[in-house]
Design a protein around this ligand. Sequence first.
Ligand code: F6P
Length: 539
Amino acid sequence: MALPNINPTNTKAWKKLQAHFETVKDLHMKDLFAQDKNRANKFTINWDDFYVDFSKNRITEETFKYLLELADDVKLKEAINSQFSGEVINETEGRAVLHTALRAPKTAECIVSGTNVVPEVYEVKEKIEAFTNEVVNGDRKGFTGKAFTHVVNIGIGGSDLGPAMVVDSLQYYKNHLTTYFVSNVDGDHVNEVIKKLDRETTLFVIVSKTFTTQETLSNANTIKKWFLESADESAIAKHFVAVSTNLENVQEFGIDSSNIFPMWDWVGGRFSLWSAVGLTISLAVGYKNFENLLRGANKMDEHFKNEEFSSNIPVVLALVSVWYNNFFSAESEAIIPYSQYLNQFATYLQQGIMESNGKSVDRNGQAINYQTGTIIWGEPGTNAQHAFFQLIHQGTKLIPADFIGFAKSLHGDQDHQDKLISNFLAQTEALLNGKTEAEVIAEGTKESIIPFKIFQGNKPTNTIFIDQLTPESLGKLIAMYEHKIFVQGIIWNIFSYDQFGVELGKQLASKILKEFGADVKNEHDSSTSGLLDFYMSKR
Ligand code: F6P
């Protein structure tokens, strides 16, 4: 077995945490801060351009000690080494998990089945760079000799969310190319995008690791059909490129072999933006920025691999999250970036986190009797403050939140930036301290209203404060969450890199689809039958 196989609830540390939880669960963080003036210092990690303050959590030094013991008890260090050394840690699919190799330096060695894959990675990177430069500089032309102005990424899940989020997050660094993303099989998506396109100047990037995904192939075929309405088959070679492991299917679609950007089965879809899946990123912001994104991720990889656990950012964030998930029974976590650029960040993380760790069978194949994957959601601040923050502040649920902020703005308007950051800091302070009855009374509140204006506080947050949003810092941030996912998967003793849970719906959809056209009738429950009949009567 490539990974340790340890039920976390049977470890010594888990038992200590359980007993310890009973003694600390009602402590108020406000008191912990009052008792220890050095608390913030003790629970802050300063690394590179990251300032990660996890002191506003319902933990004591003893909690932290036991959490670190838990990491040791589940043999996290060994697991990290197994991952980085290319062992087949995705055991259920028989694959290594080496997205880290995609951002390793040229001199690194990442061995998969006895072969160093780094040279292949660099070969593809060179192809991405050359292609990007040709398109961005206007040297590569469409079928009527015009340079490209638009790029459409056709993919879904990991072949869409990562590139879409990064392109959106790095808008500030964008060049003249306009990018669109088509993912949903809902025809509205592709048709609305088509309306904005000019065949002569649009490049289509079809991204599908398997090249069998219904949504992507349907959208690609719709676009191809539209394209061929006023272009010849021979023009496809100029306008369509693909990123895939399935070279045969890509060629069958009609794409020229020189226009295929390969990827590898040791890169999971939701961890693939660092590969040629990130081609649209490279096109949108230029290859240098794409490279800087990768460099940032590599720095985080080194930090994760080498830093001791007590000051290892992904490890600490993972442990604190386990504390809430498994001891406080918190169900969800909010991700609140105080950056409009990170508008799609929580959506992106939903796939990474929930597709990876939404599992209920352990590495022995046994049903699990403890909680695993957390529910992730969030929106940028300050908008979120005017939407769902009420529930975080005064609702009945415990929702630990990550606050992500950038000290220096890109726009340079200090007035906006100061207002943004004052909100960023104020919210975590308010969530920590709350507002007491005495404070509400002191404000001169009418007596009957007093209970409604009290805030309990004691709501946990991590503050991830970064110098500035750059391709490199974004790379670090994404990699930070990737490693957090890994650590939690190890602790929960699950396989984080398969996604069988998405298969059943796909299988049933293809069965139902057959019922629409032909005389096929399948057995269904009465609810589904009724819904089918309703659809057929309207279709
Ligand atoms: O939703 C399941 C899934 O397999 C994801 O893991 C993956 O990112 C997505 O579908 C797209 O797959 P592909 O890149 O093979 O089209």
